[in-house]
Design a protein around this ligand. Structure first.
Ligand code: URA
Length: 444
């Protein structure tokens, strides 16, 4: 195989056969194709696109570049949830223990925050002692014991994707639907799932801004799942404002714990339940959406879900005491209210500006090697559409020092827009996409 010929063919609008995808991907993972050739190839893919067979062949080649979990002998359904990422999105922290407490295995592989969005691994690592880098053997043992593991992409999983994703990040080739779908699905298929639920974010804080792109991503991942025997369902959910109130790693863990105890914000609970219904239905452990919802409400009401989170934290070396006493999480040195500069409607709470504000506070990263301060962030109580008086508190800033408080105020002035009127926010859950097509989700 000559990489140059394959680049040329893709550049000119041609297609690669499955064997060629495999040879190129495995050669790149093994270091036999240099980054400059793969970068040129990925740009050709970005500009020319991939058809269904090519997307499937790339997914399979990336999957086969590494190891997989083998979980069939657990004897239970295995379901994961993936989110395209947002601000304040701590759903995974609630959903994984909740669904595992109902007897479905959840091998959840998550990522770190990059750009304006947060990452589940950073949130989990704000729990003192929590280890997210388990080997596949450790992950398997924990799944057999307690039905849930919360880890990052291990070195063994889809190493070709790991290398290609880093290269795409550096060469402006991330925003290609077939490349995104193949990248995500190569990791998800390595988890040996019996089903996958995807949360595709919509609105100004999402990374795919147009509805057609969001639906196309959902449909591409559903087809890839179908090609590999893994049913996939996607929900499109709102990210035109942050989800819940807490934005920042330890603050989000605290809000997730409150939600597991039935005291979380209603929007977070609604999105969690909507995704949880799909997980239980795909697992075959609920007879209907109502049954699934009742099971989840009971697990939260009885304390079973929160207790399961304690077991997961303990199994992964963290301090399970944070569930009883969230004050054991890292605490910011400075904390100050942010008040409304005028009376009026809360017109917008812009997730990107909030995400950038968290980075400026030290709670996010612009480069993968950056360290994050888990204690900083915002708790935003103002919701789009609320009427507020001049001087009324809209949010609380949590910062490392006084300079951080000032930077937090600057971010909130840009993010929270008070006006004479407010546009209606996007519905929390707007579309459901499955192998049977796209359905509009009725408003509750
Ligand atoms: N997340 C991934 O894992 N891969 C992509 O390509 C984009 C988002």
């Amino acid at each position: 195989m000559l990489a140059q010929r394959l680049i040329e063919r893709k550049r000119d609008g041609g297609r690669l056969e499955a064997g060629e995808w495999r040879a190129l991907t495995l050669a790149y993972a093994a270091g036999h194709v240099p980054d400059y050739q793969m970068a040129a190839f990925l740009m050709a893919c970005f500009l020319r696109g991939l058809d269904r067979e090519e997307t499937s062949a790339l997914t399979e080649a990336m999957l086969d570049s590494g190891d997989r979990l083998a979980l069939a002998d657990l004897g239970v359904a295995r379901v994961d949830k993936h989110s395209t990422g947002g601000v304040g999105d701590k759903v995974s922290l609630v959903l994984a223990p909740l669904i595992a407490s109902l007897g479905v295995a959840v091998p959840m592989m998550s990522g770190r925050g990059l750009g304006h969005t947060g990452g589940t691994l950073d949130k989990l690592e704000s729990i003192p002692g929590f280890r997210t880098s388990l080997t596949l053997a450790e992950a398997r043992t924990q799944l057999a014991a307690i039905g849930c593991v919360l880890i990052g992409q291990t070195k063994e999983i889809a190493p070709a994707d790991r290398k290609m994703y880093a290269l795409r990040d550096a060469t402006a080739t991330v925003e290609s639907i077939p490349l995104i779908a193949a990248s995500i699905m190569s990791k998800k298929l390595a988890e040996d799932l019996t089903g996958l639920v995807i949360d595709i974010k919509r609105g100004s804080g999402s990374f795919l801004p147009r509805l057609e792109q969001e639906l196309e991503l959902a449909e591409t991942m559903i087809r890839l799942g179908a090609d590999h025997g893994c049913p996939v369902v996607a929900l499109l959910t709102a990210m035109d404002r942050p989800l819940g109130r807490a934005c920042g790693n330890a603050l989000e863990v605290e809000e997730a714990i409150l939600t597991l105890k039935g005291e979380g914000p209603p929007d977070l609970l609604e999105v969690t339940y909507a995704l949880g219904v799909e997980m239980l239905l795909i697992a075959g452990t609920a007879a209907s959406p109502d049954d699934a919802r009742r099971q989840m409400e009971k697990a939260i009401g009885t304390g079973k879900a929160a207790e399961h989170f304690q077991r997961i934290i303990e199994a992964q070396g963290g301090n399970p005491g944070v569930v009883e006493d969230p004050a054991a999480l890292p605490q910011a040195a400075e904390c100050e209210l942010f008040n409304s500069p005028r009376r009026g409607f809360v017109a917008r709470v812009e997730p990107r500006a909030i995400g950038r504000g968290i980075i400026a506070l030290g709670g996010g990263r612009t480069k993968m090697e950056d360290r994050v301060d888990p204690s900083v962030g915002f708790v935003i109580t103002a919701r789009p559409g609320d009427w507020v008086e001049h001087g009324e508190p809209l949010a609380t800033i949590f910062a490392h020092d006084r300079a951080g408080v000032e930077s937090g105020k600057h971010a909130l002035r840009l993010a929270i827009i008070i006006g004479d009127e407010a546009d209606p926010p996007l519905p929390l859950v707007s579309h459901r996409v499955s192998g049977s097509g796209v359905e509009l989700v009725p408003r509750p």
